[in-house]
Design a protein around this ligand. Sequence first.
Ligand code: ZN
Length: 184
Amino acid sequence: MSMKRLYFTTFSVCVLVFQAMGEILIRDIFDNTINDRKYVKVVQGFIVNKMKEKEVIETIAEFISKQFPRNCPSCGRQFNTHADFIKNTTYVDKPVSYDAENDDWQPEKPLGTMAISNCSCGTSLALYSQGMNKATLWNLMNWAKKKAQEKEITISDVLEEIRKKIGQHVLQNEKKAEKDTEDV
Ligand SMILES: [Zn+2]
């Protein structure tokens, strides 16, 4: 390879890297996702996922907790908290990421992820990712993708495992909060 060609190639690669970095930065600003920037490391235009399982569990649990209180539209049963919901519903099927099914790991308009549980009256109730900011969703999706590849299982299998762990985390936190109240 001649020196001229080498310089040209290096220059081209730099332009692509800066373009990709700029694009992601602009997306972040428009999405007001500055707070999630700590999870987003841009290397050569790819998002490198730095999330650990503990962060994944806590992030999703916190997001889902905002979907309560809610009512079953059929029987009217009120679920005051996520813990209340976990204790009084049954998981149905495995959670589905519609974006992952489309093989879209950085969806501009996310179709979302959904986990269905049945109320004791038999009605299906969904927990969903709508409203989650894109950077967080992308990070979670890419974490799941990596996990699926590592374990050679499907994304839904990863989501099923993490749903169970989130459930345990939420119930443990509830127990801890009750204990703290008793101690006071
Ligand atoms: Zn119901």
